[in-house]
Each structure stands twice: as C-alpha cells, then as structure tokens.
Write a protein that binds this ligand. Sequence first.
Ligand SMILES: O=C(O)c1ccccc1N[C@@H]1O[C@H](COP(=O)(O)O)[C@@H](O)[C@H]1O
Length: 196
Amino acid sequence: MFVKICGLRTEADVDCAVTAGADAVGFVLAPSPRQVSVDEATRLVAAVPPEVLSVGVFLGMPVAEVRDVAVKTGLGAVQLHGAGYAAEDFAALADLGVPLVRATSTAGERVAVGAFGEEMLILDSPRAGSGEQWGWSELRGQTGRWLLAGGLRPDNVAEAIETVRPWGVDVSSGVESTRGTKDHGLIREFLAAARP
Ligand SMILES: O=C(O)c1ccccc1N[C@@H]1O[C@H](COP(=O)(O)O)[C@@H](O)[C@H]1O
C-alpha cells in the first residue's frame, strides 16, 4: 500500500514521516494553513531521501509558475489539484521529467488514470484538505495507480482500504493535532494502520 503524508511544514515532520515508512511526502504550495514558501519547500525537499517521493501540491497557480517552482525546489513530483487544471496543463509540464499527479473529486463514477497524462491519480473530497469524509465507499472497482484521500484518519484508514481497495492512500488533516500542525504520533499510527 503506497502511503503519502501531505502538508508537512517542518524538517521534523519530514523525518517522522520518512522514518515511519511513508512512500511520499507532500508540501502545499497553495493558500492553506499548511502552505510553505518556495524557500521553505526547497529546504524541506532537500531533507527527503531519494527513495521517498517529494510531491509539491498546487491549486490555482498557473502552470508557468508551477514549472518555475518545481525547478527551483527540486520537487520529485508535481500534484495539480482540482478541476482548475486541464489536460493541456499536464501536457505543458510533461517535459519537467517528474511524475505528474492529478487530484480531483468524483461523485462516485470511475476516473481513468492517465487520461490527462498523469502517472498517479488522487481521488479526494470536493473540499481539498478539509478532513471531511466523503462518499468514497462507491469507488470500489476503480483501477490503476490511484490514491484515496479526504477524511482519512488512523482509525478509519484500514476500513477504507478494505472497502475501496485503492492502490494508495493520502492524508493530511487526519494526522494533525490542530489544523496545519502535524502530530507525529498520529503519523506513525496512520502508517501502521494502513499497512498492518
Ligand atoms: O491540505 C491542503 O491544505 C490542500 C490545499 C490545497 C490543495 C490540496 C490540499 N490538500 C490535499 O487534500 C488531501 C488530504 O485531505 P485531508 O486533509 O486528509 O482530508 C490530499 O490530497 C492533499 O494533497
């Protein structure tokens, strides 16, 4: 089970997620309580070992700027979040040479992984990063390299995996003590529950 821990803001957060076994860590470069600056993201990406994917999360930023930020920070992957990004935006970033991740919401219908040229798909709540659980139980049968996100927590991730059978899971709010502040104990609990 591929696990991404998103919204990390400190090197201690990165160290905790990596040590606990995360496959990917996410840095939010969009308006959010979890937002990091380009300089902060550059420092955090440098703290991620090569075997762990460092994902920059973008929402609303034009792709020309996304490209500049990705190059400057050395991100290992770019996550374009939400319906504001079209297939042309993914095509415009294809030559960056890093995996592109598409994050979108669905009312339950299947979404084809790779339709926009993405390597991975995240199916998330309509309210990104809100911690709200949504109707993901209808996603059983969705195939490909896709991650379930939105409202996952240490106490519901095992049931979510059993019900929906995603390729991976992605979490932010469910491993925080207060909005925007990661709880290292919850990060460890989440990883243990996702991979019993
Ligand atoms: O976490 C944010 O603040 C955020 C901001 C802008 C775009 C995406 C964001 N987060 C994404 O939301 C899910 C995690 O949701 P949850 O908090 O666990 O309910 C994940 O895909 C993040 O990349």
